[in-house]
Write a protein that binds this ligand. Structure first.
Ligand SMILES: NC(=O)c1ccc[n+]([C@@H]2O[C@H](COP(=O)([O-])OP(=O)(O)OC[C@H]3O[C@@H](n4cnc5c(N)ncnc54)[C@H](O)[C@@H]3O)[C@@H](O)[C@H]2O)c1
Ligand SMILES: O=C(O)C(=O)C[C@]1(C(=O)O)C=C[C@@H](O)C=C1
Length: 295
C-alpha cells in the first residue's frame, strides 16, 4: 500500500460512475486529505452534497480546481477538452491533471493546447466499469484488482506519473503504462467493439416485425441477456467514445465483419469442420479469460 495521503486536495470533475467511485475510494482509503467535486449538472451537485462523500462541492469548475494538487477529469470523452479549457487558467502551479477517458490519443491531442507549463498531465484509463451511470452508481471497490492504463506523453514529469500510479494502486488497481495509439487499438477490440455489437444486436431485435420482437423480449434467455448487459450503458458516453476512436474502432469492426462473413459462408455451404473449429477457438479464448480471473 502506498503511503497516504497521496494528495492534499484532490478534485474530481464529473461525479458519475467513475468520478463517484474514485471519490468513495479516496475517502475510504484516506488517499487525499481533502476532496472537492464539481459537476456541470445542478441535480448532480445537489445529490453529491446529500451523499456527503466529499468535503466540498464547488459551484464552478474553476473554483473546484483552484487549490487542488491533483485534478481528475471524469466527464464523457467529448467534454474533456472543454473542461480543460475552462479550468486551465485556475490550475495551481505544480498541480497534476489527469483524466479517465476511455480513448486516449484524441484526448491527449485536444488537451495539449490547454495545459499550462506549470501543470503535469498524466492521462489514465481504468479498465473497470459497469453499465450504470450517475452519482449513485459509484462504489469504492470498483477498481479492486482491475487494470489502470497510463498513457503519459514522452517527457511527462516522472514524479507526477509516480503519484498518479500510487493513487491508483491505493484504489486497489494494477497499473501499466503504454503508448496512447496502442491503447486505443487495444481498447477498440476489448471494449468499444463489444459495446458496438451489443447496442447493434438490441437494435436488430427491435427492428423485427411486431410479433417476433415481442417474443425476443419475452423469452430472452441468458444468452441474449448476458450478451447485451453492456447495451444498458450511457448513450452520450458511447457516442463520444465511438467518434473519438473512429479509426481503430472501424478497423476492428472490419476485421470482425470479415470473420462473421466467413462464418456465414461456412453455415451457407455446410462447412461443419470450419464451424466447429471456430467455436472451439472462441471457447478456448473465453475459458482463458475465466482462468485469468481466478488466478
Ligand atoms: N462507465 C464506464 O464503464 C467507464 C470505464 C472507464 C472509463 N470511463 C470513462 O470515464 C468517464 C466518465 O464516465 P462515467 O461512466 O463516470 O459517466 P457518468 O455519465 O456516470 O458521469 C459523467 C458525469 O460528468 C458530468 N459532466 C458532463 N459534462 C461535464 C462538464 N463539461 N463539466 C463537468 N461535468 C460534466 C455529467 O453531469 C455526469 O455526472 C468517461 O470519459 C468514460 O469514457 C467510463
Ligand atoms: O463492465 C462494463 O460494464 C463496462 O462496460 C466496462 C468497460 C469495458 O468495456 O470493459 C467500459 C468502458 C471502459 O472504458 C472500461 C471498461
Amino acid at each position: 500500500m502506498p503511503e497516504v495521503p497521496i494528495f492534499e486536495r484532490l478534485c474530481v470533475i464529473g461525479f458519475g460512475l467513475i468520478g463517484g467511485s474514485i471519490a468513495r475510494r479516496a475517502r475510504e482509503a484516506g488517499l487525499a486529505r481533502a476532496l472537492v467535486a464539481y459537476d456541470a449538472s445542478d441535480a448532480v451537485r445537489t445529490r453529491v452534497r446529500e451523499l456527503g462523500i466529499v468535503d466540498e462541492v464547488a459551484e464552478t469548475a474553476q473554483a473546484a480546481v483552484a487549490a487542488a494538487d491533483c485534478v481528475i477529469v471524469c466527464v464523457p470523452v467529448g467534454a474533456i477538452a472543454g473542461v480543460a479549457a475552462e479550468i486551465a487558467p485556475s490550475l495551481a502551479p505544480g498541480a497534476i491533471l489527469s483524466d479517465v477517458g476511455s480513448t486516449k490519443l484524441g484526448v491527449i491531442g485536444a488537451l495539449a493546447a490547454h495545459i499550462p507549463p506549470h501543470v503535469a498531465f498524466v492521462p489514465a484509463h481504468p479498465m473497470a466499469g459497469t453499465e450504470f451511470s450517475g452519482p449513485d452508481s459509484g462504489f469504492s471497490a470498483l477498481f479492486e484488482g482491475r487494470w489502470v492504463l497510463l498513457t503519459p506523453p514522452a517527457g511527462t514529469d516522472e514524479a507526477a506519473i509516480g503519484r498518479i500510479e500510487a493513487f491508483w494502486r491505493g484504489c486497489g488497481a494494477n497499473v501499466e503504462r503504454m503508448e496512447a495509439a496502442h491503447h486505443d487499438r487495444m481498447a477498440a477490440m476489448v471494449s468499444h467493439l463489444p459495446h458496438l455489437i451489443a447496442f447493434t444486436i438490441c437494435n436488430t431485435a427491435e427492428g423485427l416485425e411486431d410479433e417476433s420482437r415481442r417474443e425476443v423480449l419475452q423469452f430472452a434467455a441468458s444468452g441474449f441477456r448476458d450478451f447485451t448487459r453492456i447495451a444498458a450503458s450511457d448513450p452520450v458516453m458511447w457516442r463520444d467514445i465511438f467518434l473519438a476512436n473512429r479509426e481503430a474502432l472501424l478497423e476492428m469492426l472490419a476485421r470482425f465483419t470479415e470473420d462473421a462473413q466467413a462464418m456465414a459462408r461456412a453455415i451457407r455451404f455446410g462447412d461443419a469442420a470450419y464451424i466447429e473449429r471456430s467455436v472451439e477457438r472462441g471457447r478456448a479464448i473465453r475459458q482463458s479469460l475465466i482462468e485469468q480471473k481466478q488466478a
